[in-house]
Design a protein around this ligand. Structure first.
Ligand code: ADP
Ligand code: MG
Length: 363
């Protein structure tokens, strides 16, 4: 059956390990818990330790596509982001992005592992290793972030305001592990500073009840696993962008002070944070969360405590929209933008979703 899915049983794995990720234990964890599982499953391993930021990008860019069945990634979401962007610049980007990825959660933010393995197993490196050797390929949406003419692939999130500060402003606290996000959040909560933004949204749905209902339907009737489509695989170009910056007609305008914007694919972006509770991996849409200032510190904190279950979604101060695309123009000169947890220039950008451009292994 696996051959039919395009991934053979004794898999040839490219293994990318970031010694610097999380609390810097990935190398030891690989030796102790992951490699034995790979070898027991008779996988062929090509192991690379990243030596610098950008190294994983180069690995994706130069990857010889016929040599590997999947890429196992030992780090957090940042390295997945780098590899995907490398693959997007491979000689055959569509085919390269169809290479199944299997994250092994050894970073600080392991949102992708949570989304693939579920809340209970999301941080279990052995379950993740098993997924790398026997999971099935699942096509997933990816997004393009365009800024200043430069296009970046984002698989998980774009954050501005409080939710960007908490990640980017706490890099020096890496030793804290995940606690640095909580610390960052509390620091933001004390400041409670709104970000002036002008946001345009190519909206699909903004009725929370309807979105929730669609999710329940989907859970009742999950789609069958599909073989990755062969069409276009030899293409030497990414899909063309559908939306341009010069036309505002048909876009919903939001221009009010926001504590944060959080958009992307989910549902999880981290262990304690289900930011997109009604997100579907392959609906071709982005979920957008806008936290208005119409909320007290106490409520915000209480919402955050309910965040592992995604209950923030129902708070009346939160606007939640499913969209094909959106664009943001910052109306202040200073602020933070984080894409998949990595820092980006605080400048106008646009995001659009591409249906099923990427592929992850899934249990
Ligand atoms: P975490 O969730 O802990 O932040 P990430 O997967 O996001 O883990 O990776 C953190 C960063 O480490 C990435 O931005 C990546 O470019 C960088 N990186 C990769 N290899 C090295 C290295 N050898 N030294 C320093 N940084 C590295
Ligand atoms: Mg990171």
């Amino acid at each position: 059956a696996y051959e039919g899915m395009g991934v053979s049983r004794q898999r040839r794995l490219k293994v990318v390990i970031n010694p610097h990720g999380g609390t810097k234990k990935a190398v030891g964890i690989f030796k102790k818990s992951v490699e034995p599982i790979f070898l027991a499953a008779e996988c062929t391993l090509d192991i690379v330790h990243t030596t610098r930021p950008g190294h994983a990008y180069d690995i994706g860019k130069d990857l010889s596509l016929t040599d590997y069945d999947a890429i196992a990634i030992l780090s957090g979401d940042g390295l997945v982001h780098e590899i995907l962007n490398g693959l997007a610049h491979n000689l055959h980007p569509i085919k390269a992005l169809a290479t199944p990825l299997a994250p092994i959660p050894t970073g600080t933010g392991n949102g992708l592992s949570l989304n693939i393995l579920g809340f209970d197993d999301g941080f279990d490196v052995c379950v993740a290793a098993l997924n790398a050797v026997k999971g099935l390929p699942m096509k997933v949406d990816l997004c393009s972030v365009t800024q200043n003419g430069k296009r970046t692939i984002s698989f998980m999130s774009q954050a501005m305001g409080l939710m960007a500060d908490l990640d980017i402003g706490t890099e020096h606290l890496r030793w804290m592990g995940e606690a640095r996000f909580s610390y960052g959040f509390l620091r933001g909560l004390i400041k409670m500073k709104p970000s002036p933004l002008r946001i345009l949204i190519k909206e699909y749905e903004s009725d929370k009840e309807k979105m929730f209902e669609a999710l329940q339907q989907r859970k009742k009737n999950p789609p069958a696993a599909t073989k990755p489509a062969d069409a276009d695989l030899e293409s030497t170009q990414l899909p063309t962008l559908k939306y341009t910056l010069d036309d505002e007609e048909g876009w919903t305008v939001v221009q009010e002070p926001l504590l944060y914007l959080f958009a992307g694919k989910g549902p999880y972006v981290g262990r304690d944070y289900m930011s997109f509770p009604v997100s579907l991996p392959d609906d071709g849409l982005l979920d957008i969360v806008l936290q208005t200032t119409n909320v007290s510190r106490v409520e915000l904190l209480r919402n955050q405590s309910a965040a592992p279950k995604g209950l923030v979604y129902w708070h009346p101060s939160v606007r939640y929209v499913k969209a094909h695309a959106y664009r943001v123009k910052p109306l202040a000169s200073k602020g933070a933008l984080a894409v998949d947890g990595e820092i980006f220039p605080f400048e106008e950008f646009q995001v659009e979703a591409h249906s099923k451009l990427g592929c992850f292994l899934s249990p």
